[in-house]
Design a protein around this ligand. Structure first.
Ligand SMILES: [Fe+2]
Ligand SMILES: [Fe+2]
Length: 255
């Protein structure tokens, strides 16, 4: 009986038509090292079904061994095929989170893609042109969906997957000019209203690997280029161990 759940996380695989044979090796040792894999969006580069098919094939050994939980990223929306992508990945055995949840060993996983808008006092406000209001509204809707999904979970511990960052600290390292396009404090506000154990996101490829919310919840930026730098010479994913009650393990559920 296990009393620790090992969570591996990486984002921004950006699978391309030329990625065949290049992604599976990244996860060759994964099932010895982790019990769950989180993929934090930008699974594909252009959101093409063919890219998604290649990725599903690259991940088939991982998916067969451990729960593989994911959210989509902005690149997965590029070709307008996001619904088809969701179905394709779901048929391939991935667990897609988009306001729904998954529970294992007393840990609840939930997530949304999130959206842009900026951080703290410099966040974009819904004022002026209708296009600006619509942009901010999208950010608020994603945060509201995150909050609703957190409320669905009654597990002792909650883990959140996002593509966009909920805090400024983990986008530090990127050009300040693009901070507003890398995440939104609306997401952090939703996180602050619930007890959350950890948050994982991607999208900020040149950001910082770790930060905290105002409530001191760890936030991990697991974008692949960042993980390659952080873990040079090792598999490019972060592993976080979470203590669990062995009595809670054995029956995984979706919600
Ligand atoms: Fe990305
Ligand atoms: Fe992205």
């Amino acid at each position: 009986m296990k009393n620790v759940l090992r969570i591996a996380a990486v984002g921004d695989l950006h699978c391309r038509l030329s990625s065949k044979g290049q992604i599976a090796p990244l996860f060759a040792r994964l099932s010895e090292q982790a019990d769950v894999l989180l993929l934090c969006g930008d699974l594909t580069d252009y959101g093409l079904l063919e890219e998604a098919r290649i990725l599903a094939d690259e991940l088939k050994d991982v998916v067969a061994r451990i729960p593989t939980i994911t959210v989509l990223g902005n690149h997965d929306f590029e070709s307008g095929k996001q619904v088809e992508l969701l179905h394709l990945f779901s048929d391939a055995g991935l667990i897609l989170l988009d306001g729904n949840c998954y529970e294992t060993c007393g840990i609840g996983f939930t997530g949304v893609k999130g959206f842009a808008g900026g951080f703290d006092r410099r966040a974009l406000k819904p004022w002026g042109e209708s296009e600006i209001k619509a942009f901010v509204e999208e950010s608020r809707q994603e945060a509201a969906r995150l909050e609703s999904s957190l409320a669905l979970l009654s597990t002792p511990q909650r883990i959140v997957l996002l593509h966009y960052s909920p805090i400024r600290a983990t986008v530090m390292g990127e050009s300040p000019e693009i901070f507003p396009f890398l995440g939104s404090s609306e997401l952090e506000a939703a996180l602050n209203r619930h007890a959350v154990r950890a948050v994982f996101h991607g999208h900020a490829h040149a950001g910082s690997p770790e930060g905290h919310t105002q409530r001191n919840v760890p936030v991990y930026n697991v974008a692949l280029p960042l993980m390659r730098k952080l873990y040079a010479g090792q598999p490019p994913y972060r592993i976080v161990e979470v203590t669990v009650n062995p009595d809670h393990c054995g029956s995984d559920t979706t919600c």
